[in-house]
Design a protein around this ligand. Structure first.
Ligand code: FES
Length: 77
């Protein structure tokens, strides 16, 4: 879906940019040009950015634990 009509930027491009390290609307503006003309897309772009960041955090957590549940058994003395 198009987020920024002026620059022809889609939500998938924003998600990709977040995966590549973009962490703010300023980063997206610099990398993709989002919000650099009329600015009407800024609010939606920020929403997609937040969504993508939290998805990346969940994904990196599951990678760090190998995606498996960690169970702690009670210690017996
Ligand atoms: S819609 Fe993004 S700058 Fe105009």
């Amino acid at each position: 879906m198009y987020v920024c009509i002026c620059k022809g930027i889609t939500d998938n491009q924003i998600r990709e940019a977040v995966g590549d390290g973009c962490d703010s609307l300023r980063d997206l503006r610099r990398e993709l040009g989002v919000g650099s003309q009329c600015g009407k897309c800024a609010r939606h772009a920020r929403h997609v950015l937040r969504e993508a960041r939290s998805a990346n955090e969940v994904s990196s957590f599951s990678h760090s634990s190998g995606g498996e549940a960690v169970v702690f058994w009670p210690q017996t003395a």
